[in-house]
Structure formats: structure tokens, C-alpha cells
Design a protein around this ligand. Sequence first.
Ligand SMILES: C[S@@+](CC[C@H](N)C(=O)[O-])C[C@H]1O[C@@H](n2cnc3c(N)ncnc32)[C@H](O)[C@@H]1O
Length: 404
Amino acid sequence: MRLHRNLVYAVIDGLQLIFNENKYADKVVEQLLKRDKRWGARDRGFIAETTYDIVRWKRLYAEIAEVKEPFSRENLWRIFAVWAVLKGIRLPDWPQLEGTPARRIKGHFDELSKIRKYRESIPDWLDLLGEKELGEAVWTKELHALNQQASVIIRVNTLKTNKKALQAALKEEAIETLSIKGYPEALELKERANIFKTNAFSDGLFEVQDASSQLVASFLGAEPGMRIADACAGAGGKSLHLAAKMENKGQIIALDIYGNKLKELKRRARRNGAHNIETRPIDSTKVIKKLHNSMDRVLIDAPCSGLGVLKRNPDAKWKLQPEFIENIKKTQQDILNDYSKMVKPGGKMVYATCSVLPSENQDQVALFLNSENGKDFKLIKDKKVLASTSGFDGFYMALLEKVS
Ligand SMILES: C[S@@+](CC[C@H](N)C(=O)[O-])C[C@H]1O[C@@H](n2cnc3c(N)ncnc32)[C@H](O)[C@@H]1O
């Protein structure tokens, strides 16, 4: 691979914003890619993948480069040089890369690779937390899996098409896909591509949705004609799947505390041809009260640490704080307590997170079942999806039934 100056400058600028100014990697990359209209798919791929790679391996690379935060521009170049040397890329004779000690870098890498927190590039506190919650053997495997780049998975929108027809439509647009065993509506892209630019996407034939998250709608047992509340709907990834499972029959009430996310959900619903979703921002306790005891199904896709989706969001390793996880656990318990009241007697509820920590998952369910409101519920089953065993995102879901 030959390095191109403009592209590398873009990466360095991006890292400056992400590491030193605490900006979100996805937003930064989106902006960087708008910088030069002449950049083709390869150039854009280089910028996005290199930036994400360096974000993912920040601790390891910084240690090898012997630099500390906040990084100066010179530090960022040293980190970049580590990335390039470890990738086996021949360094051009640019002044910023002069005197890069390639052998020393490789030696350092071999030494640090013996220590998990460096090898897997993770803050001490998070490494300790993962080990405490999952045990050493499982955490070591899981962390390794969470550091692999995620493949692009889409969900066929069965309101508009079927898997075969979608595969053919995407092939027409030079995008090849593979079915995934055990995930009936999922397709995996053979190669990364900007699928948002395809006609198939504009026509609402699919949504990008990880395979693990595609398990939720069936787990909830969504069926045509039901009344379902999606209590933490966000921009609606799962509401849209529920609408497809329900064949647009019945009602979905999509709730969230952020109205702007629900606006995006509405846009997506129009594109998907999903007509049975009503959005309601939770701007007072009355919104939930009005729905007490009225829902066949309630989905709580709770806010969480996001530790199960580090593959797609490596930035979270550096942005997460221990206090955030403690606070979010309180929110999860409040949400379970308040929103479970929407389930009607005999109805069911799924509590789900994209975390792999038992303290956000099964422990929360156990705590709820022991609470005053939880006494009306029984646990039917739960599913702990690890990235290391599934190959997709880490995820948790528990199905509970309101017995009285
Ligand atoms: C895991 S995300 C939801 C993702 C979404 N269900 C999807 O499939 O695309 C969690 C959502 O919970 C919302 N949220 C946070 N606190 C909440 C609360 N107290 N009540 C309802 N929603 C909340 C967040 O705004 C966020 O959209």
C-alpha cells in the first residue's frame, strides 16, 4: 500500500479531534469524508478504516510510540507511524516520518502483546471490571472478539421485499451479500461498501442492523394485530423490525425521552413503508401512565454501557467512565420499574441491552423480579450473546411474563 499525503493528513486531523477534543469518532469520520469530493471509495475506505484502527488500538500504539495524552501533532504522527510499521507499510520519506524506529516498534509490540491491557488496548479500570464480571477466561476471549472489525450486516425489510430479491437488487448495484445461518432476515456484505448510496436503500428494501439485534423481535414474540410499546425506541432500529414482523397490522407505540431521535424514526418508517408506528416523546410521567396495563408486549431496549458493540464503536473504550456505568444501572432499574407497568396481565416484556456485563443484564432482571412491581412478573427465558461465541455484537435479552 502506498500512503497518500492528503489522506494521512485527514487521519491525523481526525485523531486530533477524537483524542484531544473528545469528539465522537463516527461524526468526525463523516465530516472528514466530506473534505474532498474527488476522493474515491478506496480513499474514503483508507481514512475511515485507518482512523478507526488507531482509535481501537490507541493505548497499545501510544505505549509503543512512547507518547502520552494530550497528544501533540508530533505525537499523533508517531502513533500513525506505529500503525504503518505494524501493518507492514513502507514509509515514504516525509519529514514527519523521518527516523521512525521500525525495529524498536516491532520489538515493543512483541513485549507489550504479552500483557492483556496493552495487547487488547483497554483502560485498566475497564479491563478489571470485565474480568471481575465475566471471569478471566471468558473476558480475555470476549475482549479479543470485541476488538475485531465488525462486518456490515443488513436486515431485509420484509414489508417490501424478500431476501432473494434483495440479494439480486444489490448485486445489480455491485454489492454481493451472503446469508447467515440462524438469522433468517440477515445478509452480510462480502466487502465493505457505502450501501447508503444504493437505490435499494433509498427504496427502503433494507436497514443496517447487527445480527444479534435482529434476534429481539422474534424473542419478544411480535405478531400481527398486537399492541406493542417500544419504550426506548431511539431512531427505531427495532421498531422497524417489529413493524415488519407485524406485517403492518396492529400498533407500535415508539417512546423515547429524545424527540429528535423519534423524528428520525418517522423518516425511516416512511422509507420502510411501516405504517403502524406512532411516536410519543416521554416528556412527562403521564405519557407512560396513560399506557398502564394496556400492552400485549413491551420492549425495553435499555440505555447501557454499549460494551457489546465495541467492534463498531471502539471509541467507547476511551469515552466510557466508571461513574457512567454506575448511573446507567440506576436508570435501567428505574426504566424496568416504570415501563413494565405498561404490560397488561398475561402480556410479555423483553429487557435488552447491548452490554455483556451481568450487572447490566441478568442482575438487573433479578433485582427487578425481587422488587414490588417485579413480583407480578416471571422470567420465561434469557439469552446472553457474546461476541466471542456469536461472531456478532454482544447482546442480552430477557423475556418476562406478567402473570397477574
Ligand atoms: C439502546 S438505545 C435504543 C436503540 C433503539 N431501540 C434501536 O433499536 O435503534 C437506548 C435508547 O434509550 C433512550 N433512553 C435513555 N433514557 C431513557 C428513558 N429514561 N426513557 C426512555 N428512553 C430512554 C435513549 O435515548 C436511546 O435512544
